[in-house]
Design a protein around this ligand. Structure first.
Ligand code: ADP
Length: 473
């Protein structure tokens, strides 16, 4: 049986910051269903999941990070409650914290995680067929597997790297290099990009294959990748675009326990109305108006900086025609601009600054439209979840949004697509969506069409399997 280990710093429901967690929490489960031995290895976090589930220590070991001797423990979840084997690496003082990102010693943390993982494989004579690395946090693995003498026993293992977001590359100063396991000094060049250690660049140089989370994003990376475009393009012979899917065990309006009322294609209208009514009551919005939402990180990548101006225009042009719900966190300046609008437009605009998984589910079910003014969108899960809940996506024509949303002007279309992350274009797109919404029959049929679209993980999980088989031939 093919043995695949997914390495990631996020995995739903243990630790989620964004889409990376959703993918790592779902893909291995669907791969298991397709008959391969897929497991997940992530850092240990001081999080509720750890208290709510039973773990056993599967291994203990130690290694030198520079001159410091680090002890590590491997915790294995006993019940396999997620549908795959889950292992957490704990390193007291380094990997034992509550947050995933933004510690000042983040670089050392990620290096330690990767080193402990390889040391564990070595101590236990484990040779996976595929080591599947997700994003730059584990981008040094393909280099260490191929070029560190300490881990030459892994020469038969293949490494696959999935780029969930090429904007972030994990840059580190050269002095961090001495923390890595030993390798021939002439190989330093593989770690370098523009005078810094760049784990994402290293991953792309050294892996056996790299994938992006949509085909559209892959094409974009060849042209614009925050300085790595020439690398992505030069290595394109080993690149693959595989779109993410929806984990229907978590995202399904028929069974979702967060909702006020569950619904299916058959009763989508009444189901959504019931959810919206309750949400609007709690957040003091008018439930009779169409509801538009934005859910996500306040980052320029997501076009969140445009939100204050967009909101202003939309309310000016559509007085008493719609309500808006913003759920997000991130850039403080964006947040305070949105906050300023919340008061004059109270009753029309509800905001929740922070992260709330349960609320997100309820909003997908209650909203009529979801706005995604992203400038960069590697795949985008929000539009997929929204459509599964019968919510019309209004999206910029980039990356995964381009691959998954077809404009209503197309005979088979179901969403609204605009061509530029620009306030005027976006407001026009919202107007088109509102006009469409007023045609009740069309709108109802469209809701059903969106809910029946097939963005299941089965198809995409199979594509990853095909890639593994090709590499293992
Ligand atoms: P990202 O680039 O942030 O990873 P994705 O579209 O791939 O974007 O995934 C975003 C995921 O995070 C979705 O599951 C979305 O529902 C969730 N999400 C984003 N912001 C919030 C929030 N403030 N509260 C709850 N869920 C959120």
């Amino acid at each position: 049986m093919t043995k695949v280990i997914h390495l990631s710093v996020e995995c739903y429901p243990i630790a989620k910051v964004g889409g990376l967690a959703d993918v790592v929490g779902a893909l291995p489960k669907y791969q298991q269903k397709l008959g391969i031995d897929a497991s997940v290895v992530m850092p240990w976090y001081d999080r509720p999941f750890l208290q709510q589930h039973q773990f056993e220590i599967a291994h203990q070991g130690s290694f030198y990070q520079g001159s410091e001797l680090l002890d590590f423990q491997i915790y294995k979840e006993k019940e396999n409650s997620l549908g795959f084997e889950l292992y957490l690496i704990k390193i007291p003082g380094k990997l034992d914290r509550s947050e995933v990102y933004c510690y000042p010693d983040e670089g050392e943390q990620f290096i330690a995680f990767q080193h402990a993982f390889l040391q564990w494989l070595k101590d236990t004579d484990t040779i996976p067929d595929i080591i599947h690395c997700h994003d730059h946090h584990v981008g040094l693995i393909p280099f260490l597997v191929k070029h560190s003498k300490d881990f030459s026993f892994l020469s038969a293992s293949k490494t696959v790297v999935t780029v969930h977001n090429g904007q972030y590359q994990g840059w580190m100063n050269w002095n961090k290099g001495i923390l890595l396991p030993s390798f021939d000094t002439w190989k330093w060049g593989l770690l370098d990009w523009d005078g810094m250690i760049n784990p994402l660049a290293t991953a792309i140089k050294c892996c056996d294959a790299y994938t992006t989370v949509s085909e559209g994003y892959l094409e974009e990376l060849y042209k614009a990748a925050n300085g790595l475009e020439s690398l992505f393009s030069n290595e394109r012979q080993k690149s693959y675009g595989i779109v993410n899917g929806i984990d229907t065990e978590i995202w399904n309006p028929e069974t979702d326990t967060s909702l006020t009322k569950n619904y299916s294609v058959k009763n989508v209208k009444t189901g959504k109305v019931a959810n919206k009514k309750q949400l609007c009551k709690e957040y003091k919005l008018n439930p009779r108006l169409p509801l538009l939402t934005f859910i996500g990180r306040f980052a320029t990548e997501k076009g969140a900086d445009l939100l204050p101006e967009i909101l202003h225009h939309i309310f000016k042009e559509n007085e008493d025609k719609l309500s808006i719900f913003i759920l997000g966190s991130g850039d403080q300046q964006i947040q305070s601009h949105i906050q300023k609008l919340a008061e004059p437009f109270s009753g029309e605009l509800a905001v929740y600054f922070g992260y709330d998984e349960n609320l997100a589910h309820r909003i997908y079910a209650s909203a009529d439209f979801i706005l995604m003014p992203s400038r960069v969108e590697p795949c985008g899960l929000n539009q997929l979840y929204a459509m599964k809940y019968g919510t019309l996506p209004i999206v910029n024509n980039v990356g995964g949004l381009k691959d998954t949303v077809l404009d209503i002007n197309d005979p088979n279309g179901y969403g609204v697509v605009f061509q530029k992350a620009d306030v005027q274009d976006i407001c026009y797109a919202v107007k088109r969506a509102l006009d469409y919404f007023e045609q009740e029959d069309l709108q109802k049929k469209n809701q059903q069409r969106m809910m029946l679209l097939d963005f299941s993980w089965e198809k995409s999980a199979q594509k990853y399997l095909n890639l593994y088989s090709q590499l293992l031939k």
